[in-house]
Unconditional design. Structure first.
Length: 362
């Protein structure tokens, strides 16, 4: 998963992980780990693993794990309730990306001894909130001291719904869809890094206000910052997509639209075309993104935790009829030719590198 706070480390030597990057390293680890046994249906390479449990290998189970590291994924000043929520939410999102139902979680903490117990209480409160909302139980974990930073690692176990949706399965002619709006989280982080602590109280005010808030700058900013600190995993939508029988591949957007579409295309051995003016943007993003990089944040910013999925061209009408009130946007199409293309406002095609966030390469 992504983290984007740490600045470039220019002192690394050329033969370090910067050369192969996070994804090169994962491939390398996978290549050296031997073949999984017969109970592994989907192993390394998707949002979650699908294994079969039980004596007869009769019970399908989804498992996923993601870590959050201080100063890579978060700052210690961030309100710990949000951090707790996010630590669980990003894992739930990976289960959602398989169309699954999250059920249990394990929490591993490595924390410096001088951290206050109040901080930990608030962190756990946020996590428990997310657990309650999505119906998960904490079933274990591990706790160690760490020299300085906070490390939070969560494992979520879930069950598949009627179908399991993989990154593999997209075909030329499929429509590409996303849920929600993109770029808000990346923009929220940039605003947060610039303005710091002063933004947290406005978040609280917004919550107390309730109802639909007016589009003041303060409210728009709060919404963007909240989308970074407290992402909403699309569990209900993921289950609906899996059960529809019309979705051919799916991933959650953690690394950015282009990077994650790149993962779908690579696994499905196809290419993708994104229509830039169709990418769904929130009012806050439209009002405030220009100063911080504009549309690039929506294409490559990451940490949206929206679902990105494909539907066979012939099924699109029927699919949208059934999807009813869900916020879905068709942002492009799957093509035969490998690689990613972006169709710009001018109608011109731009071939792009599908680079979003990648650890060791920032
Ligand atoms: P996501 O963004 O959906 O969490 P990642 O990009 O973190 O996915 O990981 C991609 C795939 O690689 C996943 O299947 C994950 O389980 C696997 N993976 C990541 N790190 C390791 C590792 N150190 N050892 C084995 N598998 C790994
Ligand atoms: Mg994922």
């Amino acid at each position: 998963m992504v983290g984007r706070i740490l600045k470039k480390n220019r002192d690394l030597k050329p033969d370090t992980l910067r050369d192969i990057g996070e994804f090169g390293l994962i491939k390398r680890i996978a290549g050296r780990s031997g073949k999984g046994n017969a109970s592994v249906l989907v192993g390394i390479g998707d949002d979650a693993a699908l294994i079969k449990a039980g004596a007869q290998h009769a019970v399908p189970v989804l498992v996923t794990t993601d870590s959050l590291v201080e100063d890579i994924h978060f700052r210690k000043q961030f309100p710990p309730e949000y951090l707790g929520w996010k630590s669980l939410a990003v894992n739930i999102s990976d289960i959602a990306a398989m169309g699954g139902v999250p059920r249990h979680y394990l929490l591993s903490l490595s924390i410096p001894g001088d951290l206050s117990s109040e901080y930990l209480d608030r962190l756990c409160a946020g996590m428990t909130n997310a657990a309650r909302k999505y119906g998960l139980s904490l079933i274990g974990g591990d706790t160690t001291s760490s020299p300085d930073r906070i490390y939070i690692s969560v494992t979520v176990i879930g069950v598949p719904s009627k179908n399991v949706l993989l990154r593999k399965g997209a075909l030329p002619g499929d429509a590409i869809f996303v849920t929600g709006t993109l770029g808000d989280s990346a923009l929220g982080l940039r605003i947060l890094e610039e303005s710091g602590k002063s933004l947290y109280p406005s978040l609280d005010r917004r919550r107390q206000g309730g109802g639909s808030e007016p589009r003041t700058t303060a409210n728009l900013v709060s919404r963007l910052v909240e989308r970074h600190l407290k992402p909403v995993p699309r569990v209900k939508e993921g289950i609906f997509f899996a059960e529809s029988g019309m979705v051919t591949s799916m991933i959650d957007i953690s690394d950015g639209l282009l990077a994650d579409l790149g993962h779908i295309c690579e696994e499905s051995m196809v290419g993708g075309r994104v229509w830039i003016n169709k990418v769904p943007l929130s009012p806050g993003f439209r009002a405030m993104s220009e100063r911080y990089g504009g549309i690039g944040l929506a294409l490559s910013g990451g940490e949206d935790y929206e679902l990105l999925f494909t539907v066979a061209g012939d099924d699109v009408g029927r699919f949208l009829d059934r999807a009813g009130g869900m916020k879905l946007t068709r942002v492009g199409e799957i093509v035969k030719k490998k690689g990613l293309e972006i169709t710009g406002d001018d109608g011109a095609m731009h071939v792009t590198e599908n680079r979003g966030y990648e650890h060791f390469r920032v």
